[in-house]
Design a binder for this molecule. Structure first.
Ligand SMILES: Cc1ncc(COP(=O)(O)O)c(C=O)c1O
Length: 393
């Protein structure tokens, strides 16, 4: 079957980044890539901070953070007064978990598509409080309706104190029907925390359509912000109950300042984040989204073809606009996290191509992303060289 045409490249986009030109960077999903203009914006802020640290921290920084938060929340369709900047999604998850006041016997429900570090955070909070973590298995090929049904069946009203669900999963690159899931959980009186690590910059309306109790997403992946920039949004009824991980001087100011102000840290990543949105808007937000999703789909097909995977066996992301795609690896390959990491390193070293190799439920997967700095030939080169590398097990 013929492979679809790749999208038109975005001219000059690669030059906006300081990525090593000798390497194909097909894994934007793990740590993003910060455009040069955004790096410079952050450096200018650091220069300002170092020119007079006392003035930088004591005169107006809290207001500058609030202003930045409003700007980022506006872009995401989140309530600016119901949102707080945090360092990353993992931190936002930890803030929510430890604010719930879980009791022995309470349950926290999640799925087997959840992000590893988030699952570990749930496990630790359950151990600390005597609550119980329940993980629902959801088949990769499940339809949206089936996903909602499985989750509905797993909710235990009166016992389930939190449902943690991904908006777009990391290991399986699956867009979950988050709004429908939140609707079902609400019918059962169960609060929902949406792990939206990949949503900002990738999905058109990441927050407003969902109505979750808690939503946290990274701007340092697809919204081109410096690393260390995430937004946590909290529904009104929870705002006074949300506590920071570290108590600092804004503790008595309530939400969100008490979450945001974490004493002497480097806040320049947050303050420079609007420069990331500026880059995204300059390129055209919709154009970038469409380009990235089409290029990832193209990469999935060419590399899938090269590995002999039938198009029907290439996982569908479950919706439009997804710039992460999976390709199944031959059975038995990258079946454990260690094996997946080793293969990822080998692909990087031998083919000069950075990819994500994921191990999910005992099966290995290659995860490719599309970004404005990528071109079709990078996926074609990987497709040409990967089969021989995999054959050398
Ligand atoms: C679904 C998901 N959740 C959480 C995270 C954690 O993000 P961070 O490392 O920025 O906290 C990631 C990172 O890739 C992710 O993909």
């Amino acid at each position: 079957m013929s492979v679809p045409q790749p999208p038109e490249p975005i001219p000059g986009a690669r030059l906006l980044f300081s990525l090593d030109p000798a390497v194909s960077h097909l894994n934007h999903g793990s740590f993003g890539a910060v455009p040069i203009a955004v790096q410079r914006a952050q450096q200018r802020l650091r220069d300002e901070m170092e020119a007079n640290p006392l003035r930088f921290f004591t005169q107006g920084l809290v207001d500058r953070i609030a202003h930045t938060r409003r700007h980022l929340a506006g872009f995401l369709g989140a309530d600016p007064d119901g949102s707080a900047l945090v360092g990353n999604t993992t931190t936002g998850v930890a803030v929510v978990l430890q604010s719930l006041g879980l009791q022995p016997g309470d349950e926290v429900l999640s799925t087997d598509h959840g992000y590893g570090a988030v699952s570990l955070a749930v496990q630790r909070e359950c151990r600390r409080t005597g609550a119980v973590g329940q993980v629902l298995p959801i088949p990769l090929a499940a339809t949206d309706e089936q996903i909602v049904q499985i989750i509905r069946a797993g909710l235990r009203p009166g016992r389930t104190r939190l449902l943690v669900v991904d908006q777009l999963t990391s290991a399986t690159a699956r867009l979950f029907p988050t709004a429908a899931i939140v609707g079902v959980a609400r019918e059962h009186g169960v609060p929902v925390l949406v792990d939206a690590a990949h949503a900002p910059g990738m999905l058109a309306t990441p927050v407003s359509d969902i109505g979750a109790d808690f939503w946290v997403g990274n701007l340092h992946k697809w919204a081109y912000a410096p690393r260390g920039t995430a937004l946590l949004t909290v529904a009104p009824r929870w705002r006074e109950r949300i506590e920071p991980l570290v108590v600092s001087w804004e503790q008595e100011s309530g939400f969100p300042a008490r979450i945001e102000w974490q004493a002497t840290l480097d806040y320049t990543s947050w303050l420079a984040a609007p420069a990331g949105l500026f880059t995204l808007r300059s390129l055209g937000v919709d154009r970038v989204r469409a380009h990235n999703a089409a290029l990832a789909a193209y990469g999935q097909r060419v590399v899938g073809d090269a590995l002999g995977v039938a198009p029907a066996d290439l996982p569908d992301p479950g919706g439009p606009g997804v710039s992460l795609r999976l390709i199944p690896l031959p059975a038995g390959m990258a079946a454990t996290i260690d094996a997946a990491r080793a293969l990822q390193t080998r692909v990087g070293e031998r083919i000069a191509t950075e990819v994500a190799v994921m191990s999910w439920n005992g099966r290995g997967w290659l995860r490719l992303t599309g970004q404005v700095y990528n071109t079709a030939d990078e996926y074609e080169r990987l497709a040409a060289r990967l089969p021989a590398l995999l054959a050398q097990r």
